[in-house]
Design a protein around this ligand. Sequence first.
Ligand code: ZN
Length: 166
Amino acid sequence: MQIAKGSVAAIHYKVATVEGEHVDASQPGEPLLFLCGTGQIVVGLEEALLGKQAGDSVTVDVPAERAYGKRDPALDLAVPLSAFPEDVRPQLRAGMQFQAEHPTKAGEVAVFTIHGRRGDDVLVSGNHPLADKDLHFEVTVDSVRAATKDEIAHGHAHGAGGHHHH
Ligand code: ZN
């Protein structure tokens, strides 16, 4: 069976920036499961995997635009500490995340990560850490099967390596 929209594929993967900086990899014996056609993996990688089957290997460079997007300078902000509720101010730490209104897209919400402090400002970014990165993927297809009705209804793959419901 080939990877196509509506199929569930298990893949072993290794991803780095095109400059060679390690980003992520699946654990040995624990392939990642994804439902094809739902945006569970970046679009550039999904396209490269279409038509592949168990045992196939794919090496592909995916430009940022087809991976995690370009960095949006409007999402890199210095927010005055006084803008945060008083009770949370002492707890603000680099790495913490919060949701807030998108600064330039009305009605949209962005997830911001705190990166540190500069004077009385808290430096935050709503950009994905991999924004602007061209990525190099090395993938081996472990297995491919048809999605179940539940998986199609939920928009994600179920099972080991996929989505778990609690
Ligand atoms: Zn589900």
